[in-house]
Structures are given as structure tokens and as C-alpha cells.
Design a protein around this ligand. Structure first.
Ligand code: PEP
Ligand code: MG
Length: 753
């Protein structure tokens, strides 16, 4: 039966239509199990019943009509108990309920399995037979296996909206792409040219094709420059960096040479662009790193732009004209599409593809436009409908009822008031009401914002992630290239500390030109483990940092993923050597300052080595993102276990307390640079523990500064002491959440965490 099972599963999962999949499943299951009837009942929660959705054996006319109320009949019992029921004679069961319209009377034995997806009962799968008999164990497991596969298919169809009517209204769950709430009408965008649909053609005029390519390259470059200008004018200058990636691609000699090669092989310019873009999309699409994977979308967008110009000659893209501000809805939203919409006409963004790492999401965040990504729905049905984009919780509400609409309008108003409040603390010092000074630092380097500009609201840079300049190239950046990047950051923050972390690739961050294939990348060749194995890369980076700091003297260096003390000793020796060599090349009166050296505490082994670590380093900084991942054994990027990933888990909190206590005992400055530092509740708990240095993304700085200035450390300490011994997940959040509420900051509890 294994063969049949595999065949059914394959066909059912491959089908794009749920009804077709269900009909196929009942037909094939009836035949494979050699039974007289197979049926699927789907749970309709709103109507409080199970609906007969497919059958092979019962009256076909009952499909879509016969219903069993929840909790009634054997089907209802299976749903309630969430377990299989096997009956030799169903008629004698006290729960038996006869469905006359289904003409069920001929069947005696009954085997039913619940269809469950992520703990939710979606329906019941049943087989019946005219003969009185108990089903065998093998048949039971056959049915359970099918039910579990069917669950995935139904859940997917449900998520895609295939079970919804055109007038459906309600909530769709996606991913939070950019925080905030927007209310408006949907404007569904469809690309004019879809890369995959362009037919490839050959011609015998390569010279002309090269000329056509030259022309569109210039046109699209102009187009991008125009967009960058518009973004700059609309105060979204940070986001101009996003367009730089496009401009970089457009000028990438390898990319262009590959297209030209195709033309030389006889392809017309459009086909050459299509072929190379598709190759690159496939390459990026397979990358493990979520940031790089998203670059496939940039290439597709760029390709479509070039093709639009090539196919509809002289008809370029122009600024899209819209009468009213809208919520932009599209299968895939590119950064350039956002840039084309006048900023005062863009209220929110909804996209099927993409994630928090998409350039669309990065751009939306820098423009302050709420965005939800990963929404599965038939977008044609959304055109012009009223939507609420909840960018905090990653939710899209379609045609919300009046009370929900009112509530969201109130939230928007509250938010505007809060933003004004947070902005009011701008350049003020961060200290608590009981005069405890707090240092707020910036996490920088991630995404495209490598051109980090000066930010007067912070006290310096607490974590500069150096990976991205390495990722955006097709080889390791040279020492000079690194010096330029690092120098720009240190010069922008002259007079303030800048903490640069050495290369932390591996895990989910891969370099396109240095692939690492491992079964368990997060437990593999990552961070300091990799750089110590490659002193030629490590030394160049250390030297670049040192040289870039010349005359600015604001550099400190931090090592990622440290597991053993020996790693620190060896890294220190390398730093000594780099410093000696760099100093020897600098005229005597211009000594390069020896930087302080610290480590990230993110591998749990260090928790037990702090006394021995202390004499080897000048400071430590806690990477709560990885520390949580490794302490709880929960992949930080896996949505399936996202509900277990909790930086406020009692075990993580205990570790955090231990780390700051050790810092105080050994006189080492301690900071926090994981996401927890930018979390409103997280920062209160950390203040209570004794933390005073917090490094976070720029979007969190003002609100955290405001919270700090509204809090008293003595009160927070008392609150923390009161929660001692409460090891229940969530209780500490409630206690500190109330503290925020009492200060009129309940709105902050809404954000994703
Ligand atoms: C961390 O792990 O908390 C951290 C700040 O580093 P990254 O997120 O870059 O791994
Ligand atoms: Mg980390």
C-alpha cells in the first residue's frame, strides 16, 4: 500500500485546485483501501458545522449540502477528540447520526481520522464499508497519513483565499514588513512585462542588438537616478541606498558581459537580458542567506525594466499618477515600484512575495509606510476594496466591520501623538527619572544602509555589522575598499565610539563567492571560527579597521560567535600583529591608537567562562538574537518554531542577569546589541538588571529614549525582584507591560516582538 499512498500524496499535493485535490483523494483512497465509500468533511467554524466537501460512495448530490453540526455525530466526535475512531458497526454508536440526503444507510463499518493543521482541526476524513468489520492497524495509519497530507493542502488553499467568496471580508495573516497602521483602498498593480512570459528569439544583427542594449542601459540608469532624486526630495534619503544596489547591478561588468555574450550567440537583446536574469535569479533564489535570497527580486525587477524598454521602445516608465492615496497591492513589490509612486499617494504596502529583508520592506521602513508581506490571496478580488494594513502584526484586514475600523482609526491617531512625543526627546540625553545615565547606541551595517549617516540622537555605534560590504561583491573586498567603508562610518561618528564587529559570515549569511555547504550551518563554520581559519582575510580586515581609525581614534573591535578562550587569545595575537604592522608603516608622530577588544556573548559556553574571559578582553556585548537561539535550541529564522523563540524566556533572562553581574564584578563594560535592546519591555527588564548600554536599529532609538526618560531604575529593580521565582512564560511581560501602560505607553505593546 506504500506505493499507492505515495502516489495519492503526490497527486494531491501537486494539485493547485482544492476541490480537484479532494475529489482525486476520495476516488483513489476508495480504490486503494478497497472500501465502499470515502468522504471528506470540512469544518466551517462560522457556521458551526462540518460540510460534506467530497465523496466517492455517498450521494454526489449531497456534496456542499449535507452538514453535521459541531460536536454531533461520529464526525463531530472525531473533531472534538482529535483522534481516530474505528467502528465495526457505526449504527450502534451512541453518537451515530444518519445523514438522509447522503444516502448513508448502506454502510456499516466506519473509520474516520481528523484533519489537523498546526493544532487546528480543519475537517474529518472518513472511509466506510457495507460489511461489518473492524479496520486493521495498517488501514488506520494509511488514513491518518492521508489526513495529515490533506491538512497541508487545505490550509494552503485556505491561506490563498481559494475557499473564500469574492465578497469575503476578514483578516489575512502575513509577515510584518514595516511597522505602523494604514487604512485605504487597494490599488492592485500588475507588471506590463513578466520576465517568464517573454518569448526568446534569435536574430542575425548582433551589432544592432548591442546598440539597443546600450540605449536601454542608459535609459534605465537615468530612470534610477530620477527615482533617487525623488526619494531624496521626499526626505527618504536613507532609502536611496536601496537603489544603489540596482545601479551597482546595472554597471556590474560581469552582469553586462554575460548579456553581451548571449547577443553574440545570436539572441536578440531582450532574450539575452531575460536569459541572464533568469540564470541569476535561480542562483540567488537558492542562497541560504535571506538577505541575498531577496536579491533575486531586484534582478527580476531590473530585468523587467530593461525588457519593458526594449519591447515597448521609447515608452519608459513614468511616475505613476494616482488621484487618491492608495494601498499598493502586488504579487511582488520592488523598491523601484515604490519609488515611482509619489510618496503622498502611498499609504501602505501589501505584497505576496518578499519578507522583512526585501528591499521593498527596507524602503517602506525608511519611508515610514506600513507594509505587510507574504499575504496569500487572489489579489484580483481586492481591487478597490477597503483595507487595513497592520504592519505591527503582519495582518491585512479586508473590508473591516465598523467597530474594527473605528478601533484602528483610534490607533492611528494615538500613534501620531506618540510619534510626536518620541520626536520631542530627539537630542536630549538618555537618563532615567532617578538620574541614572543610559547610553544609546546604533546597530548599523545591516541591509543596504552601509552609508550610515551621522545621527545626533545617539551616543555612537554599538555594533557595525561588516558582513554586508562583503556580501554585495563578487569577491572579498580589498583592504582599500574596506578602509573606505569603515572610514566613512568612523568619520561620520567622529568623537563618538564606533564598535566594529569582525566578519560574521556562515550560518544564514553566505558570501556568494565563498559558498559553505553544511548540514547544520548555525552550528558550523561561522563568525570567528571561519576568520581564524583564514588569517589572510582576518588580518586584512583588522588592518583596514585600524587604518580607517587613523586620527579619529574612536574604534573598538568585537569578535562574533566566540566559543572558546583560545579563540580570543589567537584573535588578540592577530590584532597585536596587525597593529604593529600598520603602526610601523605610519610616521611616528601619528600613532594609531590600539583599539579596545571585546567579544559578543552569543554562544552559551561563554556564560560559564566569564571569570576567565574577563582578563582577556576590554568589554563584552550580548547578542541576544543568537544567545536566545542557542540557549533555547530554536532556529531564529524558522517560522514553525517562532512561537518558542522568546528572548524573555526565564532561562535567557537568568543568563542575562549573570552576564551583567559578571561584568560589574570584573569591571568590564557590558552592552546589549541584540533586538531585545530595542524592545520596549526588554529595555525595562534590562535596566532593572543593571544594563546601561543599549545598541539598536535606528527606528527604535527615539521610543527607547523616551521610555528610559519616563522610567525609574529603583522602581524597575523592585518590579524585577517581585517577579523572582515566577518562571511562567509571559508573566514577566505582563508585569513590565503594566509599567508601560501606567505611563500611557500601552500603544507600544502592540508592536511585534
Ligand atoms: C545577535 O546575535 O544578537 C546579534 C546582534 O548578531 P546578529 O544578529 O548579527 O547575529
Ligand atoms: Mg549574532
Amino acid at each position: 500500500m506504500l506505493k499507492e499512498l505515495r502516489e495519492i500524496v503526490q497527486q494531491v499535493t501537486a494539485s493547485s485546485d482544492l476541490n480537484e485535490a479532494m475529489n482525486e483523494l476520495v476516488r483513489q483512497t476508495r480504490s486503494a483501501m478497497n472500501v465502499d465509500c470515502c468522504s471528506i468533511y470540512l469544518r466551517q467554524t462560522h457556521q458551526q458545522n462540518y460540510l460534506l466537501a467530497a465523496t466517492d460512495g455517498l450521494a454526489a448530490s449531497a456534496v456542499g449540502r449535507a452538514k453535521i453540526p459541531l460536536g454531533e455525530g461520529i464526525v463531530g466526535l472525531i473533531g472534538d477528540k482529535e483522534e481516530l475512531i474505528n467502528l465495526a458497526d457505526a449504527r450502534s454508536h451512541p453518537k451515530f447520526k444518519y445523514l438522509p440526503e447522503a444516502r448513508e444507510d448502506a454502510f456499516i463499518s466506519f473509520l474516520g481520522a481528523p484533519i489537523i493543521h498546526q493544532r487546528k482541526t480543519l475537517g474529518v476524513l472518513v472511509v466506510q464499508q457495507k460489511q461489518e468489520r473492524l479496520f486493521e492497524e495498517g488501514e488506520e495509519s494509511f488514513l491518518v497519513t492521508l489526513a495529515s497530507q490533506l491538512a497541508t493542502v487545505i490550509a494552503h488553499a485556505e491561506a490563498k483565499g481559494n475557499l473564500r467568496s469574492p465578497n469575503w471580508h476578514g483578516m489575512l495573516k502575513g509577515l510584518a514588513g514595516s511597522p505602523g497602521v494604514a487604512i485605504g483602498r487597494a490599488w492592485v498593480w500588475r507588471p506590463r512585462i513578466v520576465l517568464a512570459q517573454v518569448t526568446e528569439r534569435k536574430a542575425d544583427d548582433p551589432q544592432l542588438q548591442h546598440q539597443r542594449l546600450d540605449k536601454v542601459l542608459i535609459q534605465v540608469e537615468d530612470e534610477l537616478n530620477g527615482m533617487a532624486l525623488r526619494l531624496q526630495e521626499s526626505q527618504a534619503s536613507e532609502s536611496v541606498a536601496v537603489l544603489e544596489v540596482y545601479q551597482y547591478l546595472l554597471k556590474d561588468p560581469i552582469f553586462i558581459a554575460l548579456i553581451r555574450q548571449q547577443i553574440d550567440q545570436g539572441w536578440i537583446a531582450g532574450s539575452a537580458v531575460k536569459r541572464i536574469c533568469e540564470q541569476q535569479i535561480a542562483q540567488f533564489g537558492h542562497m541560504l542567506d535571506p538577505y541575498l535570497r531577496e536579491r533575486a527580486a531586484d534582478i527580476r525587477d531590473l530585468g523587467q525594466r530593461l525588457l519593458t524598454r526594449l519591447i515597448h521602445e521609447d515608452e519608459g516608465m513614468h511616475s505613476l499618477s494616482l488621484d487618491e492615496p492608495v494601498i499598493l497591492v502586488a504579487d511582488e513589490i520592488s523598491a523601484t515600484l515604490i519609488a515611482e509612486i509619489p510618496p503622498n499617494k502611498l499609504k501602505g504596502i501589501v505584497s505576496a512575495k518578499g519578507s522583512v529583508n526585501s528591499h521593498a520592506a527596507i524602503l517602506a521602513r525608511s519611508m515610514g509606510v506600513p507594509a505587510v508581506m507574504g499575504i496569500e490571496h487572489n489579489f484580483e478580488l481586492l481591487e478597490d476594496r477597503l483595507l487595513i494594513v497592520d504592519g505591527y502584526n503582519g495582518e491585512l484586514l479586508v473590508e473591516p466591520v465598523a467597530s474594527v475600523l473605528r478601533e484602528y482609526k483610534r490607533l492611528i491617531k494615538q500613534e501620531q501623538q506618540m510619534d510626536a512625543l518620541f520626536a520631542s526627546v530627539g537630542n536630549d540625553k538618555a537618563h532615567t527619572l532617578d538620574e541614572v545615565p543610559v547610553t544609546l547606541l546604533l546597530n548599523a551595517g545591516l541591509s543596504a544602509d552601509t552609508t550610515i549617516s551621522a545621527n545626533d540622537t545617539v551616543d555612537g555605534i554599538g555594533l557595525f555589522r561588516t558582513e554586508i560590504p562583503f556580501m554585495l561583491r563578487d569577491r572579498f573586498p580589498s583592504e582599500q575598499e574596506q578602509i573606505t567603508t569603515y572610514r566613512r562610518v568612523m568619520a561620520n561618528y567622529a568623537g563618538k565610539p564606533v564598535c566594529m564587529r569582525t566578519l560574521d559570515v556562515g550560518g544564514d549569511k553566505q558570501l556568494p563567492y565563498f559558498p559553505i555547504v553544511e548540514e547544520n550551518p548555525f552550528l558550523g563554520w561561522r563568525g570567528i571560527r571561519l576568520t581564524l581559519d583564514h588569517p589572510e582575510i582576518f588580518l586584512v580586515q583588522l588592518k583596514a579597521m585600524l587604518r580607517a581609525s587613523h586620527g579619529l581614534d574612536n574604534l573598538s573591535i568585537m569578535l562574533p560567535m566566540v566559543t572558546n578562550l583560545d579563540e580570543v587569545r589567537v584573535a588578540r595575537r592577530m590584532l597585536d600583529r596587525a597593529w604593529r604592522e600598520v603602526s610601523a608603516e605610519t610616521p611616528e608622530h601619528q600613532i594609531i591608537r590600539y583599539p579596545s577588544l571585546g567579544v559578543m556573548i552569543e554562544v552559551p559556553s561563554l556564560l560559564y567562562l566569564l571569570p576567565e574571559l574577563a582578563p582577556l578582553v576590554d568589554f563584552w556585548s550580548v547578542g541576544t538574537n543568537d544567545l536566545t537561539q542557542y540557549l533555547l535550541a530554536v532556529d531564529r529564522n524558522n517560522g514553525r518554531v517562532a512561537n518558542i523563540y522568546d528572548a524573555l524566556h526565564p532561562a535567557v533572562l537568568r543568563a542575562l542577569q549573570q552576564i551583567i553581574d559578571a561584568g560589574e564584578r570584573f569591571g568590564k563594560p557590558v552592552s546589549i546589541c541584540g533586538e531585545l535592546a530595542g524592545d520596549p519591555i526588554g529595555v525595562l527588564i534590562l535596566l532593572a538588571m543593571g544594563y546601561r548600554r543599549f545598541s539598536m536599529n535606528s527606528s527604535n532609538i527615539l521610543r527607547i529614549k523616551y521610555i528610559v526618560r519616563q522610567s525609574r531604575c529603583d522602581e524597575l529593580k523592585k518590579l524585577l525582584a517581585e517577579t523572582e521565582g515566577q518562571q511562567q512564560l509571559g508573566s514577566i511581560k505582563q508585569v513590565f507591560g503594566r509599567y508601560l501602560e501606567e505611563r500611557g505607553l500601552s500603544g507600544l505593546l502592540r508592536g511585534p516582538r
